[in-house]
Each structure stands twice: as C-alpha cells, then as structure tokens.
Design a protein around this ligand. Structure first.
Ligand SMILES: NC(=O)c1ccc[n+]([C@@H]2O[C@H](COP(=O)([O-])OP(=O)(O)OC[C@H]3O[C@@H](n4cnc5c(N)ncnc54)[C@H](OP(=O)(O)O)[C@@H]3O)[C@@H](O)[C@H]2O)c1
Length: 323
C-alpha cells in the first residue's frame, strides 16, 4: 500500500528522511481492527519524528501520522483516536506512562490502511466532511483539552493564544469563539493576524506586543520564544496551559518569581482521551464548525505538505486525501 514514512532521521533536514512509497499492509492483532483511510492530517509531531524526537531510530521505517478518518471493517465511518494505551490500562489513557501515539510504536495514519485498537474508533458525525474529520484526532483534541479541561475558564473570559497559524492555535480560536470565550492571538505575521480575526479571534497582536489588558488564561505551544510574554500577560491567579514548545523548551528566563508572586498556575496538557475526542466531534458537528484547512493534497504529494509545515508556512491543518 502507499504510505508516507520515516526511513531515516535528521535533526537539521527532516525532509531528507521522508519517503512516500510502498509499505506492507498492516497486520491484524487481537482486539484491533483495520481502517481503510479516506483522509489523514499532518501534525508537527510527524516533523519531530523525522527530526529524531520521540521516535527511536531502531523503530524505523515507521509510517507517520496520528490523524485519520476512514471506514472500519464493518463499514462504519470512523475517526481514529491516536493515543494507544498499554494492555490492561484503565482510565484516562493520556496518563498511562506506557501509552504511545500512532506512529511512535505502531504504524500511523499516512497510509491507505492502518491497524488500531477497536476501542480507539469514534463514530464520524455525518455532517462532518472527510477533510474536516481528518483534522480532529491530534491538534484539535489537544486544543479541546487545553481549553475546556485544563484552562479553568468560563464563557466571557479572555484567552490568549500564542502563535496564530498552527493547527492547535487555529483550533483553539475556533473552539473558544464557539464557546463564548474572547480569543486573542499573537503572531509574527500580518496575514495570519487577519486570518485569525476571520475565524473568530476578537483581537490579534504582534508577537511579544504589550496587551491592552491582562488575560484569564494563555494557551502556549510556541515555548521559549513566547514564555515571558505569556507569564507577563496573565492576571493574578491566571493559568498558562502548555502543550508544546515549537521554538524550544529552554526560555531565557523561567519567570519563577512572577509565577509564585502572582499565584499563576502552569498546567501541562497532552492530547486528550477517547471520551474527549467523542465530545469534540459532537461539539464541532453541533456548532457547524469547519476546521481551518491550510491545504488538501493527495497522499502521493505528502512531501509538499511536510515542507509547508517544516517552514512554518501553514495556517490551519494540512490534509491528505487517500481513497
Ligand atoms: N502535547 C500534545 O499533545 C501536542 C499536540 C499537538 C501539538 N503539539 C505541539 O504543539 C506545537 C504546535 O503545533 P502545531 O502543529 O499546532 O503548530 P506549529 O506548526 O508548530 O506552529 C505553531 C505556531 O508557532 C508559532 N511560532 C513558531 N516559531 C515561533 C517563534 N520562534 N516565535 C514566535 N512564534 C513562533 C507560529 O506562529 P506565527 O507564525 O503566527 O507567529 C506558528 O503558527 C508543536 O510543538 C507540537 O509538537 C503538542
């Protein structure tokens, strides 16, 4: 079958290890099923894997991809939950110390077929297109948990999103606006500022710009480059939810004094549970939300999508069509 996979890894030139070509069909395992994919989404996770972060070299070649939607063996239209818990784990699978994401231990979704545990399938709402269904499993699920499980905000509160263009950032803006939150964004790019306003942000600011008011919560995925601004932008008692560090995880200042003196909360957040994915799908369908898609490409042209993401050019999700 056709697949996009990591054949090699390079910290500086991630695309040099990407191959798009034939791989064997997935093997059936006990309690698992095979999904024939219609669409799959790209995440920064896939670029990290090519850079050698989170994917040990001895597991190569590995089919990449965490996001996907398709048809299971019984003919049901499904969205795939990418968090695979270890055998016998009960409860929130993101807290399982031995959990993996598809494409870390088991082959991922950038392929014609993928094997997944039966329990990892969520019904695809009829009203959601295949392209939009492919967006939800990772960036959107992460945004849902950051905002609705971990931020501690209620409608009317002001939430700052650092970096306007990424999959998580655009999901945060669309979800937050639909839930009655006042969504503010920062960005280095005027065009992304304009687009963020179009999808529901109330205000857009330059990266690092002083805000007119302090906010109730900050959604952080940029990391080192925006950390001080995130701490400085919060009201006393406010919350930073952090789920990524695209610009690096070593900020020049940790801002410890401001964190304790202003009684800020710093909450780590990773992916979400299957239940949260089900609720996210229902929320998106109920509110008629159409996830912002940067580009749609056939899987055979996956390299083009990876290049856009590695260069930081995207606004929204990159989606691959498969069958
Ligand atoms: N923990 C989890 O479960 C989880 C899930 C999904 C993603 N993530 C992580 O979250 C991060 C975001 O992923 P993503 O795919 O949504 O987006 P992304 O492609 O990594 O980009 C996010 C935004 O970061 C901003 N940015 C990048 N470098 C910057 C810098 N040096 N200074 C200021 N801003 C910068 C850009 O904003 P502007 O161009 O608008 O300035 C960009 O739009 C990644 O690191 C990813 O690995 C984690």
């Amino acid at each position: 079958m056709l697949a996009a996979y990591a054949a090699r890894q390079s910290a500086d030139d991630p695309l040099s290890g990407l191959e798009v070509g034939e791989r064997p069909d997935p093997q059936r395992r006990d309690g698992w099923t095979i999904v024939t994919l219609r669409t799959a989404g790209l995440n920064h996770h896939d670029v990290w894997s090519l850079r050698g972060v989170g994917l040990p070299a001895d597991r190569l070649p590995m089919i990449l991809g965490c996001d996907g939607a398709g048809v299971d063996e019984e003919g049901n239209e499904v969205i795939i939950h990418a968090v695979v818990a270890s055998d016998g784990w009960r409860g929130d699978e993101t807290l399982d110390p031995r959990r993996t994401l598809l494409s870390e231990l088991y082959d991922g979704t950038l392929a014609e077929k993928v094997a997944v545990p039966r329990g990892n399938l969520v019904p695809k709402p009829q009203s959601l297109s295949w392209e939009h269904a492919a967006c939800l499993s990772t960036a959107w699920l992460t945004a849902y948990r950051m905002l609705f499980t971990n931020a501690g905000v209620t409608p009317g509160a002001t939430v700052l999103v650092q970096g306007a263009g990424g999959g998580v950032a655009t999901a945060l803006v669309q979800l937050g606006a639909a839930a009655g939150l006042r969504m503010w964004v920062t960005t280095r790019d005027e065009d992304k500022a304009r687009k963020a306003l179009e999808i529901g942000a109330e205000s857009a600011f330059g990266s690092g710009e002083r805000l007119p008011d302090r906010v109730d919560a900050v959604m952080e995925t940029v990391g080192a480059a925006t950390w001080s601004h995130s701490v400085n932008s919060l009201k006393p008692g406010g919350t930073i939810v952090i789920s990524g560090a695209t610009s690096g995880d070593a900020p020049s200042k940790a801002e410890l004094t401001k964190i304790f003196f202003r009684q800020l909360r710093v909450v780590g957040s990773t992916m979400g549970s299957r239940t949260e994915l089900e609720r996210l799908s229902a929320f998106v369908a109920q509110h008629g939300i159409e996830p912002v898609v940067d580009s749609v490409l056939p899987l055979a042209q996956a390299r083009e999508g990876f290049a856009r993401m590695a260069q930081g050019d995207v606004f929204g999700k990159v989606v691959f069509t498969i069958s």
